[in-house]
Design a protein around this ligand. Structure first.
Ligand code: PHE
Length: 343
């Protein structure tokens, strides 16, 4: 038997083998590549090949192995691809998809953004700052004396073992932040979360939101404040809305006032809302106390300003008829998903 001839025959057979099913591929593998394949015995014939032809014979045998392996791999890949295609063809494209849950704005964000939009139209820009605040920005700069009750542990959350750092009790701390780092004219609106050590109930919470406003420039007057706040009230409650300013007290404004909006007593709802008076309390405001300007490095002989602070939760409860303030902080989707369309 001529081993060369046998090898060449096998080489030819390998290329002629028809493989058109995974079963035939398996027979091909058994024949040429498995442990007992028909190429292997040829290696045993090497000793009978004349020395000068051994190199050539060795080359031929390697080629056999290589060709068989290549052909096998190609067809194996082919059948694998085919199987994957078949699987995909079985996917039912007419089946309804899994719905993608759309998020929605939190009611507090909705109300906050509405307020911001109104003041942005008047040329105010948004300023945000830290919730963990130091005593100076929250109290001292804001003219709040050392013995003021707001500084009491009863009312303020101080950081553990600290009399210096606290959770801000109002967004007025942003006034101090801005005034001590910017020069007038200053026109900012500062939304954010604030904290007070209050008993949590349906009507009050230890965390809530405010929007602070501050306007400092040469010649800013109480009349400017009143007109600005009237514009705000009419944007929120309608063009015929009436406001009144009641004298009040804040350590950082002088004079200070509280702004009420006339809701009337015609409807039961408004009667309840205004405790029978027809007036709804909306915000605290006043002319920035000259001492506060001075504390922040602004010359009170040159500049004046007004500031106001709007509570968000009460307004949101009223607008969306939410009866319990705790709902805003529970992240219950059954509650939150009700505000989908209220942008
Ligand atoms: N910081 C005050 C509060 O939390 C509100 C306020 C802000 C009053 C600005 C006057 C001016 O009640």
């Amino acid at each position: 038997m001529d081993p060369f001839k046998t090898a060449k025959e096998i080489l030819e057979n390998i290329s002629n083998e028809v493989i058109d099913s995974p079963e035939l591929l398996e027979s091909f593998r058994m024949k040429y590549l498995a442990t007992k394949n028909i190429i292997k015995p040829l290696f045993g014939e090497m000793k009978d090949v004349p020395v000068e032809s051994r190199k050539e014979f060795g080359f031929l045998l390697n080629q056999l192995k290589q060709n068989a392996e290549e052909k096998y791999q190609q067809w194996k890949q082919y059948f694998e691809d085919q199987r994957k295609n078949d699987e995909q063809a079985q996917i039912d494209l007419s089946r309804p998809g899994d719905p993608i849950l759309l998020g929605s704005r939190h009611p507090i964000s909705i109300v906050t953004n509405r307020i911001i939009d109104i003041f942005v139209k008047l040329g105010f820009s948004v300023a945000e700052n830290r919730e963990v605040e130091d005593d100076w920005h929250n109290f001292t700069a804001m003219n709040t004396p050392q013995d003021h009750p707001a500084r009491d542990m009863q009312d303020t959350f101080y950081l553990l073992n600290s009399t210096e750092y606290l959770l801000r009790t109002h967004t007025s701390s942003v006034q101090a932040r801005v005034m001590s780092s910017q020069k007038p004219p200053i026109r900012i609106i500062a939304p954010g979360r604030v904290y007070r050590n209050e008993t949590i109930s349906a009507r009050s919470h230890a965390q809530f939101h405010q929007v602070e406003g501050l306007y400092v420039d040469k010649g800013v007057s109480f009349a400017d404040m009143k007109q600005t706040l009237l514009y705000f009230a009419q944007e929120v409650y309608g063009p015929d809305t009436k406001i009144r300013l009641r004298p009040s007290y804040f350590p950082f404004t002088e004079p200070s006032a509280e702004m009420d909006v006339w809701m009337g007593t015609e409807t039961e709802k408004n009667k309840r809302l205004t405790k029978g008076t027809g007036w709804l309390e909306v915000l605290g405001c006043g002319m920035v106390d000259p001492q506060v300007l001075a504390n922040c490095g602004i010359d009170p002989e040159v500049y004046t300003g007004f500031a106001f602070g709007i509570g968000i939760e009460r307004s949101a409860m009223q607008q969306f008829e939410v009866g319990d303030i705790r709902m805003f902080f529970e992240n219950d989707l059954r509650f939150l998903s009700q505000f989908k369309s209220a942008f």
